[in-house]
Design a protein around this ligand. Structure first.
Ligand code: IPE
Ligand code: IPE
Ligand code: MG
Length: 225
């Protein structure tokens, strides 16, 4: 049985769910937040040490302003309301992505949340915000060169946003779309990938458990036989 250290998730399908059931993409994002809480809870319960959630990509800036504003308000609201609960559960929050694009207010909330939870050990929650794998890699190569180090695997990994997390064992994408959308392209070189038909707000603990179980039985070769 394969052990699971790190699960990464592309939480896709909120917009379609919202349009279908609430006549509003934004209400789909709000519904998706419930799934986020459930999945965090279940990850803790399963004693998985790292969970990475893709919440906003470097390409998501192409969306209508109204939706972008709503998403960041939702994030602010979530952290303000829930950071104590996350902290009490022993969750360490880490933002991966480029924070420079965010407002002063949001930056402060993010930094404070990270600082408050930095010593926690139960679960590291990597929240990918304004995250793009290509930007991350370019940044890592530039940092490596700046530090006058050789550009090799080890040094690039040391300079990725995820330098304190093992590579994901499995990657899940909900929303019936089979692509990576610029997410963890380096880190998923050997991850098992699960594409799920269900939209993110419909993704339940039961669906998650099924995938975890399926993963445990896969023969992982890493090039070997
Ligand atoms: C959530 O799903 C992902 C985010 C960017 C927050 P979407 O908003 O992409 O939902 P669909 O794919 O349009 O249904
Ligand atoms: C990927 O979903 C980004 C997040 C889940 C945050 P998108 O909905 O933005 O991906 P594309 O544009 O369909 O590839
Ligand atoms: Mg989408």
């Amino acid at each position: 049985m394969n052990p699971i250290k790190h699960v990464a998730i592309i939480m896709d399908g909120n917009g379609r769910w919202g349009l279908r059931y609430r006549n509003s993409r934004n209400l789909g994002h709000r519904a998706g937040l419930e799934t986020v809480e459930n999945i965090i809870k279940q990850t803790l319960k399963k004693k998985i040490k790292f969970l990475t959630l893709y919440a906003f990509s470097t390409e998501n800036w192409r969306r209508p302003k109204k939706e972008i504003v709503f998403l960041f308000k939702l994030l602010e609201e979530f952290l303000t309301k829930k950071i104590n609960e996350l902290h009490n559960k022993g969750i360490k929050l880490k933002i991966i992505g480029n924070k420079k694009a965010f407002s002063k207010k949001l930056n402060k909330i993010l930094t404070n949340s990270e600082r408050k939870t930095q010593k926690n050990k139960s679960l590291q929650l990597n929240l990918a915000l304004n995250y793009g794998s290509k930007a991350e890699l370019i940044n890592a190569v530039n940092l490596t060169i700046k530090k006058k180090k050789h550009v090799n695997e080890k040094n690039i990994e040391n300079n990725l946003y995820t330098n304190d997390s093992p590579d994901p064992d499995l990657l899940i994408r909900t929303g019936n779309t089979n692509r990576l959308s610029n997410f963890l392209l380096w880190q998923t070189a050997y991850s098992e990938i699960f594409f799920v038909r269900k939209l993110w707000p419909d993704f339940k603990t039961k669906d998650y458990n099924k995938i975890l179980l399926k993963f445990k039985r896969i023969k992982r070769n890493f090039g070997n036989i």
